[in-house]
Design a protein around this ligand. Structure first.
Ligand code: IMP
Length: 202
């Protein structure tokens, strides 16, 4: 991959998710890098996440928005990978129970699939793609844990109420946002990205 050695003033985040925007903004604040996102556009179309893996989807989104805006563009894709389900729901985590389903539908399906199973090991994995006129970079973050047998906690989103990270007695949905971001898959991937920017002036 080519060397990336210019620190940008602005990064385009290929997402309209307010949680992701705030999280990245906080991380990049001290570096005086501005964040723009699909929220700042009037007619931001959705890029279809139709690739066979997380890296493919993240790259597809980052490339699309880099071509569109000309700004260094960052996109992420996350999956929950359960060992006894051979890595499912994985890249299909958002639509595990079908198209247009709720987080609760997905959680319910997951608990059903794992009924009676003693091996409940799982991990969240986030892939971040960063595309600039100097090339493409990939960053990965993983958080290992287990799928609980019952829903617990009100915070967070997605599979948080049934995911208990290793070393904790609480689910993600019982942890504060700060604590979750510190140890989460996305937090770890973003930290790698930020370190690269800091260290190399990416
Ligand atoms: P996305 O790539 O961030 O849109 O994530 C895809 C799907 O994975 C989401 O719809 C959620 O179901 C799930 N997911 C992603 N990140 C998390 C998380 O931090 N906690 C729980 N579920 C998550």
């Amino acid at each position: 991959m080519p060397e990336l050695n210019e620190r940008p003033d602005t990064i385009f985040l290929a997402s309209g998710n307010p949680h992701k925007i705030v999280e990245l903004r906080q991380l990049l604040e001290s570096l005086q890098i501005q964040i723009r996102s699909t929220r700042d556009l009037d007619d931001a179309e959705e890029v279809e996440e139709d690739q066979p893996d997380l890296t493919g989807n993240a790259l597809k989104k980052a490339r699309y928005w880099f071509d569109k805006t000309g700004l260094p563009s960052l996109a992420d894709d996350t999956g929950l990978e359960v060992v006894v389900l051979n890595g499912a729901p994985g890249v299909y985590s958002a639509r595990y129970a079908g198209e247009n389903v709720t987080y609760a539908d997905n959680v319910e399906k997951l608990l059903r699939e794992l009924e009676g199973k003693t091996d409940r090991k799982a991990r969240f994995r986030t892939v971040i793609a960063y595309v600039t006129d100097q090339g493409e970079q990939i960053f990965e973050g993983v958080c290992n844990g287990i799928i609980t047998t019952e829903i617990k906690g009100e915070k967070g989103f997605g599979y948080d109420p049934v995911f208990r990270p290793d070393g904790y007695s609480e689910t993600f949905a019982e942890l504060s946002a700060e604590e979750k971001n510190r140890i989460s898959h996305r937090g770890r991937a973003l930290e790698k990205f930020v370190k690269r920017i800091q260290g190399r002036g990416l």
